[in-house]
Design a binder for this molecule. Structure first.
Ligand code: MET
Ligand SMILES: [Zn+2]
Length: 809
């Protein structure tokens, strides 16, 4: 180690990189569209990073103390780590530079991208590394060094941030062709060697500190048991920090999103110079022993990086004081203040917002802290840590006053809502048995085998977005807006009829976002204008703020769905967003339990479901794509969460008659751990992302004995690539070998709102044709077995040929 720069007393683990005006989104999308070349993109990146550094200095971080983390990435921080170590799958050969970078992220005309999934329990999506025994691993990319050096040239000493080696491998999947049971962690030594080489270059460039993020060390939800990950981290960091390893920056290892206490001894023993603990998600750890933390700074993540509520400064100061006692009694060299996680999960600045209701506007500005306000909280708390609590007495008093006012504000507690939730019974969460429903729905809907449908949204044209924005600004009156949306619904219905889909949707043109749309209509929510948060790549969402008790003043989706149904004799599916997803993709209140918030939303949705049913809607889908995302990282908290999450879905949906078909939709997660919960939702049909992970979920569902309808996605909608009829038929055939045909539905992975019409139309035509092709093959297969031709159900026809009604196509 060559540096003696002490760890800064105030820091954040990361900052939003999308830009206050979403500059990154604009630049990257311009590059993809061919309007901005590689140099132009690099210039836009530099301007954005430079502006970020200057802003953070203005907010109180230091210009030259390594307190400013460099967490910029053009697309994804995990992708940057994959590039750092050159772990590029063979199928990308022949590409380089930004073309390779974005091909890994999005695929191109000839290659499928890396899989994408959710980062810990957040709504941020990362690209999944594919690592096999033969994947090349060595330092091949200097981006992290170049960014540091460039900032130094601007006069700012940043702290480069990398996804840590253990987390990178813990999140990786074994590459195709790896032996069964092989784990990417077997490549840890080589990955550590590549990181060592990167750290040496950073030291040479003058970096006093580097940050390695190791959230894998807090998670029980990864394929490798946590104990083994902690052991691996002990080995990895002993090598990275070894005195004879040559020059390197001092190392901060972070453990955000959960309880890092179990990893603390191994990290400290390895000799890293600073260890961060998330003290929002977990308590202050026990002191590990008199000299256990010698030479280490303990960094307390007391300002919540995941939520947007102003901190309770008194409580945070208490935690920091407790952490300092642990540090002192363990021989640590210091205590510092930080955020619990990167701030990439919150918007930039509350100053960019205003709410039309003046009372709410004042209240929310008091109650909220976005990234910039959180930096202020960190620097305040650091001042308290250095100079004593009295130095920040006025800030603490103000924080107490705001919290007390919020508890009393109108709308925060609505007695009628509380009473209705309290009176919910088990009967309110239960439907009649599935066989009764299945028969009633088959009679009512009369669908073929392998019915085709979509997940809800159709492409959002520029014209539709403009109309919605003009309506929101008051420039387009209600009547004109309504006729514009109706015209779009009519177009989408006609298109689906022409393509030949079996269950139609209205296309969701009236929705800006599947959660915000409901948040705008339910009481208890506020929506933001500029509160963008990166979801994946250049895609951002604006999470709504759930601040009060939730109820539904009036029907929301019924007129659009009923209008769509009036245009066609085919069944139209009503589309709603489920309670867990509304919570996950909002910033929920934390002053009452999430289980109670879930039931409040469930009852608001239950009213909507009842109105849809009364309007004649035969199929109602309640999307729960975030069911897995909110699963707590600690195994000990799973059961409680799943119980309330499933209970809320059932409270929303169980009021319908047997002949009303309830669908749900799940996407972009690993589902293995929540199969019981998926079954527990008791939906008649579950559509589930599967194309991008090549149908991995199906054997698990089949083995689980899942007996109701399943629609494994056959089109990965995150890429504009149009799969051929043969490719789609192949996927449907693969599904039919695992799941009984009578249970199977055919649909894309997810909604189509981010796609354009050309690829959407082409793919949906192929999808319908593929379903027909497979139906014919099934018919032919059934015809080859004369003893069974009486049956209309192909899988039934083949019972006795293969177990569980599966079929070889
Ligand atoms: C992220 S899940 C999306 C579901 C929604 N119904 C849509 O089609 O857009
Ligand atoms: Zn989806």
């Amino acid at each position: 180690m060559t540096t003696t720069t002490p760890f800064p007393t105030a820091t954040i683990l990361g900052y939003p990189r999308i830009g206050r005006g979403r500059e990154l989104k604009r630049a990257v999308e311009a590059h993809w569209a061919g309007r901005l070349d590689a140099d132009g993109l690099r210039t836009a990146e530099a301007e954005l990073r430079h502006a970020t550094h200057e802003r953070l200095i203005e907010l109180g971080l230091g210009r030259d103390d390594a307190s400013i983390p460099e967490t910029f990435a053009l697309y994804d921080q995990v992708l940057d780590a994959i590039s750092l170590i050159g772990a590029v799958p063979q199928r990308f050969a022949g590409r380089e530079g930004l073309d390779l970078h974005f091909a890994l992220a999005r695929g191109d005309a000839t290659v499928a991208p890396l899989e994408m999934t959710k980062w810990f329990d957040t709504n941020y999506h990362y690209l999944v590394p594919e690592i096999g025994p033969d994947t090349p691993i060595r330092l091949t990319d200097r981006t992290v060094v170049d960014r540091f050096a460039q900032a130094l040239g601007w006069g700012v000493t940043t702290r480069p941030v990398l996804v840590g080696p253990v987390t990178l491998l813990a999140l990786a999947k074994a590459a195709d062709g790896a032996p069964a049971g092989w784990s990417p962690l077997e490549r840890l030594d080589e990955v550590v060697a590549a990181y060592r080489a990167a750290l040496a270059l950073l030291a040479e460039a003058g970096a006093p500190w580097a940050q390695l993020d190791e959230p894998a060390l807090v998670s029980d939800n990864l394929p490798t048991p946590r104990g083994l990950l902690i052991e691996a981290a002990g080995r990895a960091y002993r090598r990275l920090a070894a005195p004879d390893a040559g020059p390197r920056p001092a190392l901060l290892v972070t453990t955000p999103y959960g309880d890092g206490a179990a990893a603390l001894p191994a990290l400290a023993a390895a000799g890293v110079e600073a260890i961060h603990l998330d003290l929002v998600r977990a308590g202050v750890p026990e002191a590990p022993g008199p000299r256990a933390l010698a030479g280490t700074t303990l960094v307390g993540g007391v300002v919540d990086g995941r939520n947007i509520w102003a901190a309770d400064l008194a409580e945070a100061a208490d935690r920091l004081e407790a952490l300092r006692r642990v540090a002192e009694s363990s021989g640590a060299s210091g205590t510092a203040v930080a955020t619990s996680t990167s701030l990439q999960h919150v918007p930039h600045d509350t100053a960019l917002e205003h709410w039309d209701d003046p009372v709410l506007d004042t209240a929310l500005h008091d109650w909220l802290a976005f990234a910039d306000q959180k930096v202020g909280e960190v620097t305040t708390l650091a001042r308290g840590l250095r100079a004593g609590r009295s130095a920040i007495a006025s800030e603490i008093a103000r924080s107490q006053k705001v919290l007390a006012e919020r508890a009393e504000a109108p709308g925060v507690c609505v007695p009628a809502v509380r009473a209705r939730v309290a009176s919910l019974t088990e009967a309110d969460r239960a439907r009649v048995g599935y066989p009764v429903r299945e028969a009633a729905q088959a009679r009512r809907l009369g669908l073929p085998n392998l019915p085709t449908t979509t997940i809800g949204s159709f492409p959002q044209t520029a014209d539709i977005r403009r109309a919605r924005a003009a309506h929101a600004r008051g420039e387009l009156d209600d009547a004109a807006y309504e006729s514009r949306i109706k015209a779009e619904v009519a177009r989408v219905i006609a298109l689906q009829e022409e393509i030949g889909l079996d269950v139609l949707v209205h296309g969701e043109p009236e929705r800006n976002d599947m959660v915000q749309y409901f948040a705008e209509q339910f009481a208890g929510f506020a929506v933001t204008r500029e509160g963008w948060v990166q979801s994946y790549g250049s895609r951002c969402t604006r999470p709504s703020i759930l601040w009060g008790d939730v109820w539904r003043p009036e029907p929301i989706t019924v007129p659009w769905t009923a209008y769509a149904q009036s245009l066609t004799s085919r069944p139209v599916k009503g589309m709603l967003t489920g309670p867990v997803t509304i919570i996950a993709w909002s910033f929920p209140r934390e002053d009452i339990p999430l289980s109670e918030v879930g039931d409040q939303i469930a009852l608001a949705l239950r009213d909507e479901v009842a109105d849809l049913e009364d309007a004649g809607t035969p199929v109602i889908q309640v999307d729960e794509p975030a069911l897995r995302e909110l699963l707590p990282l600690e195994a000990s908290r799973h059961a409680d969460y799943l119980a309330w999450a499933v209970g809320a879905f059932r409270a929303a949906t169980a009021g319908v008659r047997p002949e009303t078909q309830i669908h749900t939709h799940l996407c972009y997660s690993e589902f293995g751990q929540i199969l019981d919960a998926i079954a527990g939702l008791d939906a008649d049909v579950t559509s589930i992302e599967a194309a991008r992970s090549r149908m991995e979920v199906l054997p698990e569902l089949a083995a689980h004995g899942f007996a109701r309808g399943i629609g494994p996605g056959v089109w990965d909608i995150h890429s504009p690539r149009v799969p051929s009829v043969e490719e789609l038929a192949g996927l449907i055939g693969a599904a039919a070998r695992t799941v009984p045909v009578h249970q199977l539905w055919v649909n894309p992975d997810c909604g189509l709102k981010t796609r354009a019409y050309p690829e959407t139309e082409a793919t949906l035509r192929n999808l319908v044709q593929a379903a027909r092709t497979v139906r014919e093959r099934i018919g032919a297969a059934a015809a080859r077995r004369p003893a069974f031709t009486q049956s209309h159900d192909a899988d039934q026809a083949l019972t006795g040929v293969r177990p569980a009604g599966s079929i070889d196509l």
